[in-house]
Write a protein that binds this ligand. Structure first.
Ligand code: HMH
Length: 210
């Protein structure tokens, strides 16, 4: 398959991309050196993030071209199922999910909400980017320490990789047809997403960025 616009974004921001997908949090999940505290912080905040992600994706569905509706609606259903999966995990780890959002989680939610006013290319680029970061991040944590293995496996399944590939195709086609200002906006959104993704790992480790 020909490298598309999404691959160009990764190539142009390689360093930032790597700092979001090859993080000490992930090394810790692979090696087992991740503290339980950091992991639990991440788990609870990620549940809240997915809650916000579901709202974001609902907005995308509402504006999506006919071609992408099936993909996005399946993704939306998967997010709802994922909330159930988190709820089961929280039960096992004895964690409460009705925690307040950390400022990083809140900033991420605010950014996703702000995209409501953006045209479709920026929205689909954001969604592709945040899912692709997760796929690549957890691949970098494989096979995962026994304590965390289920989490590594959850985001490295062929189904999830297939979904991300579908989003990539949708984003590539959309960016190909977009005008210059839409592409520039999509690139700025991409950069912000990968910054927020890195911040999310940092938050879990208790190292507030900047
Ligand atoms: C922070 N980014 C974050 N959490 C997630 N669960 C995903 C992306 C993938 O849905």
């Amino acid at each position: 398959m020909k490298d598309g616009r999404t691959q160009d974004l990764i190539d142009r921001h390689r360093e930032a991309w790597q700092s979001a997908t090859k993080h000490p949090f992930l090394d810790g999940a692979r090696e087992g050196s991740l503290s339980q505290n950091a992991f639990e912080t991440w788990l609870v905040q990620d549940y809240l993030f997915v809650t916000d992600g579901l709202a974001f994706q609902s907005h995308i569905v509402a504006r999506a071209p006919r071609r992408d509706q099936g993909l996005l609606i399946n993704g939306l259903a998967a997010l709802e199922a994922e909330l159930g999966w988190f709820e089961d995990q929280a039960g096992r780890w004895d964690l409460k999910l009705d925690a307040p959002r950390h400022s990083t989680t809140e900033a991420y939610r605010d950014f996703l909400n702000s995209l409501e006013h953006d045209p479709y290319p920026a929205k689909i680029t954001a969604l592709w980017a945040l899912e692709r970061v997760y796929l690549e991040s957890w691949i970098n944590a494989t096979p995962g320490h026994l304590n965390y293995r289920e989490f590594v496996e959850h985001w490295t399944t062929p189904e999830f990789a297939g979904y991300v590939a579908g989003l990539e195709e949708a984003a590539d086609d959309t960016l190909e047809a977009a005008d210059k200002s839409e592409r520039e906006r999509a690139e700025a959104v991409f950069v912000e997403i990968i910054r927020l993704e890195r911040e999310f790992w940092e938050m879990a480790l208790g190292e507030e960025g900047e």
